[in-house]
Design a protein. Structure first.
Length: 109
């Protein structure tokens, strides 16, 4: 099977703390939303890698929104300065998985 081309994918994830010892990211609320950027071949590989990285920080992904190729997000007007910078960094190494600013929430959204 031929390798599929890797592109920059972006998406928003809702994160919550895992109920385990050694959590590396502390939150006072119920969770947080954040943008991610990484090289991927499809949305499924993006989701899997973001979930893996989140687990390394003691977080779990409660859900994803707006997962798409970077160019699609740019055309849709979803790309701000932070996401553009994250995509630039992610394009430098296909192992990079860039997480943006955590925007916390304290209840149902």
């Amino acid at each position: 099977m031929a390798d599929m081309a890797r592109e920059i994918w972006v998406g928003q994830a809702e994160l919550s703390q895992s109920p385990v010892e050694g959590v590396r990211v502390r939150s006072r609320g119920k969770g947080a939303f954040t943008w991610w950027a990484r090289c991927a071949t499809a949305g499924e590989s993006f989701d899997a890698r973001v979930s893996d990285v989140s687990q390394q920080y003691g977080l779990f992904v409660a859900g994803f929104e707006n997962v798409m190729r970077y160019q699609e997000a740019d055309r849709a007007g979803l790309v701000g300065d932070e996401l553009a910078e994250m995509a630039e960094h992610a394009s430098q190494d296909e192992e990079f998985c860039m997480m943006g600013t955590l925007n916390g929430h304290s209840g149902d959204h």
